[in-house]
Design a protein around this ligand. Structure first.
Ligand code: ADP
Length: 368
């Protein structure tokens, strides 16, 4: 089947409608005007007007006048209608052509290309959907580039350390002691942890993590976690407490993902708190939120986070004082994963902190 462009299709369809209209007008006019005029003349004769000698001339005159006026009407009408139909088809096709150009540019990598709005509602809706898709694709691409650049940066440090040690060992400038191997193993573990965290984060960000939401009673989970972490704390370290009402309403959550979030928050609290206390606190949200929620907070009296750093804590790879935390083995991904996991469960996480006083990480979950 030959592919006729839309503009020509529209133009020819208008033309066809016009030909049918004009054609029927001319044919019916031609067939009916003369007999009708004859009838009119007979009526005039009936009223006593004598047309006997002029009848043929009048009829011929009428015929000529009708033919001429029809001829000019058809010429002028057809030209005007043809021009108008050409203009209308161009107006419909032009935004589509523009759309094609923009989508081609977009596909070629110009992700900031957007479609202009159109006065034709259907085309406008299409342009809006395309623009929404473009924004989300641009966002994904932006995040991908950022991730790759962050990742290269993060992988470089342990790899440089490893290479340094290995080269020194190869040239025997460094003695192969167990301590050296331990250092090598430590860097390798760091790389391993980084890859694992990253895999988890990428799954969470792409929404591949299976989330099984069900009604959960938090208390047993919190009790067992607090017990587990309390066992790890040193004698002179902070005390770990659970501040939870005995009767807790159930929340809608995935218990495994919830545990992951809590382990991360408690792990951070333990890492960054030397003395004082770490409290896991739970309560029902009192403000008038339309969806009733429960909040769970991990409150520590640790080093705290500087105000200028607070907006960044949930960013992946972000660590306050990189060198200190690299020493601790932190990858800076834990909170990014936690945030995503909380969001996947329909919740929200926030942080409050004061340097030297402590930090509070609080997240909300909808009640069952
Ligand atoms: P990491 O693996 O480095 O702990 P996170 O994403 O869990 O990664 O945390 C990011 C950064 O936020 C940490 O490196 C630390 O600087 C800061 N942070 C997180 N939790 C706390 C806390 N409870 N007290 C102080 N700083 C914290």
């Amino acid at each position: 089947m030959t592919k006729i462009p839309l503009a020509s299709r529209l133009f020819f369809s208008h033309l066809l409608v016009m030909i049918v209209g004009v054609g029927s007008l001319v044919i019916i006019g031609k067939l009916s005007s003369r007999p009708l005029f004859v009838l009119h003349l007979q009526k005039l004769e009936g009223q006593g007007i004598t047309l006997r000698y002029t009848r043929t001339e009048v009829l011929d005159g009428f015929q000529i006048a009708w033919n001429r006026s029809t001829f000019w009407s058809v010429i002028v009408g057809a030209t005007a209608a043809g021009g108008l139909s050409y203009w209308v088809s161009q107006r419909i096709v032009q935004p589509l052509t523009q759309m094609r150009k923009v989508t081609q540019k977009f596909a070629a990598g110009q992700l900031d290309e957007r479609l202009p709005s159109s006065e034709i509602p259907e085309i406008n809706q299409l342009a809006n959907s395309f623009n929404r898709m473009a924004v989300s694709l641009e966002d994904v691409e932006h995040r991908r580039r950022e991730l790759v650049s962050d990742l290269t940066h993060e992988l470089r440090t342990p790899l440089t350390v490893l290479r340094g040690y290995l080269e020194e060992l190869a040239t025997e400038r460094l003695e192969a002691t167990p301590a050296v191997y331990q250092q090598l193993a430590k860097e390798t573990r760091r790389l391993e942890r980084l890859i694992n965290d990253l895999q988890e984060l990428s799954k969470a960000e792409a929404g591949y993590l299976p989330i099984k939401i069900e009604a959960v009673n938090l208390r047993p989970l919190l009790e067992s976690l607090v017990q587990k972490f309390a066992d790890q704390l040193l004698e002179d370290g902070p005390v770990l407490r659970l501040d939870c009402p005995s009767q807790l309403p159930n929340v809608l959550a995935d218990i495994d993902r919830l545990e992951q979030v809590l382990v991360n928050l408690l792990g951070n609290a333990v890492t960054y708190t030397k003395t004082g206390s770490i409290t896991v606190s739970v309560g029902k949200e009192s403000t008038g939120n339309p969806i009733p929620r429960l909040w769970i907070a991990v409150i520590d009296t640790g080093v705290g986070i500087a105000p200028q750093d607070l907006p960044h804590v949930f960013e992946r790879f972000w660590r306050a004082e990189k060198s200190r935390n690299q020493h601790n083995g932190g990858t800076g991904i834990g909170l990014a994963i936690s945030q995503r996991l909380v969001e996947l469960q329909g919740g929200k996480i926030e942080v409050e902190s004061q340097v030297g006083v402590g930090s509070t990480f609080r997240f909300y979950l909808p009640l069952a």
